[in-house]
Design a binder for this molecule. Structure first.
Ligand code: GRF
Length: 196
């Protein structure tokens, strides 16, 4: 018997370069479909990417994101099995963590637990790494729990930093590794999914 299709939602607040990589990765998949791109930011670049790839989009505001009776039906209407946070800036409300426990992953652009937590996103992370004179940084992909960047770690990959690397250079190095690994790790998580 063929496997049922897994419906993926990507939540993103910004540019969406990771979202694009994931969409491209699963474009021809017989078992995985990126069924929804959700954003809190009506101006996010990721929405243009979704449109280009003919993927439905949904915009949330703070109130609709925090109310189970408003958010869960949206996800149900796209039969969402698994959520990928790809640069999504809002904390996930407990009801959603519970509904998608071990079915929601986040990527963070540092080697957690270093340089994570509230307010640590985008260039703030790379500036902190720079200020701390780290000799390496990297990526962390982890399950999502009720706290920023604290869920169980699934995968990490290091990048070496040179003394001359400014925050922009660190960001470039880290993003390259995100693009290389995030889609593959998501695929691995999906293949381990219990579809009962
Ligand atoms: C990435 O660095 C990701 O780790 C972080 O936000 C950034 C998103 O970049 N959570 P993009 O929108 O995928 O280009």
């Amino acid at each position: 018997m063929s496997k049922p299709t897994i419906h993926l939602a990507i939540f993103a607040s910004g540019t969406g370069s990771n979202a694009r990589k994931i969409i491209e990765h699963f474009q021809d998949s017989p078992t995985v479909k990126v069924a929804l791109v959700l954003s809190n930011n009506p101006d996010a670049g990721v929405l243009g990417i979704a449109e280009e790839c003919h993927i439905p989009t949904h915009i949330v505001n703070r109130a609709s994101f925090r109310q189970p009776e408003l958010l869960l039906p949206v996800l149900e209407s796209y039969s969402i099995d698994f959520i990928v946070l790809a640069g999504f800036l809002w904390l996930i409300p407990p009801f959603l963590v519970k509904a998608y426990r071990q079915r929601m992953v986040n990527i963070h652009p540092s080697l957690l637990p270093a340089h994570g937590g509230k307010g640590m996103y985008g260039m703030h992370v790379h500036e902190a790494v720079f200020k701390a004179k780290e000799t390496e940084s990297g990526i962390t992909i982890h399950w999502v729990d009720d706290h920023y960047d604290e869920g169980q770690i699934i995968f990490q990959h290091k990048v070496a930093l040179e003394p001359g690397d400014n925050p922009q250079a660190i960001a470039r190095k880290v993003l390259e590794v995100e693009h290389a690994y995030f889609p593959k790790i998501v695929e691995q998580c999906l293949s381990d999914l219990d579809q009962d």
